[in-house]
Design a protein around this ligand. Sequence first.
Ligand code: BGC
Length: 248
Amino acid sequence: MQIFGVDIGGSGIKGAPVDLDKGDLAEERYKVLTPHPATPDAVADGVKEVVGHFGWTGPVGITFPGVVTGGSTIRTAANVDKDWIDTDARALLGERLGGLPVTVLNDADAAGVAEMQFGAGKGRKGTVFLLTFGTGIGSALFVDGTLVPNTELGHLELNGHDAEKHASTKAKEDHDLSWEHWAHRVQKYLAHVEMLFSPELFIIGGGVSRKAQKFLPLIEGVKAEIVPAQLQNNAGIVGAAMQAAQTA
Ligand code: BGC
């Protein structure tokens, strides 16, 4: 069975049909740049372009980089235009896609759902976190495989800052931090999350998971196991499609 997945990120909107048996993209993904400002209207046009590229006419799962309740309502918008707050994203995006059935969920939650089923979290019990490092920091919490949605741990306070302003990959790029310097910040962040939740496993996702060997070996003193995401930057697309399949 195939369902379409779209991942709305701070830099790109990407999507592809997903093979739900394999947990992988069924075709090469298509990406457009995220518009700036990333208003609901402009982003909806981007989503339409991505879905339209494949001529898709079935259900669509869509991730959003903020709190999403009930598969539909946007509650926060840290890295996209604030006009998103209180938007009914399911109605907006469904209408822009010509009435296709749409499900919306948080981007990190989507990536986590995919990693738990098909990737680094497969079969893992206990407390597991998927953390995405990108424009922001996203978090997905699983307890014995069940998602606790919208945890938003990217906004914990770290060194007096919003953690994602200090330890996201955007912070690394903006401040031209070395891998060593950035890994030190990530280590402090993980230690903070560990102090609060004592997870057994951290799965590190986002685009930077491709370069895990550059920074994971530099992280010390965290008791939990730390592994890179296996679906890497496609996890959001796959998880969005999985969610849409459940609600379709
Ligand atoms: C948002 C989260 C999102 C994360 C990654 C944060 O700024 O608040 O909802 O998961 O960025 O995109």
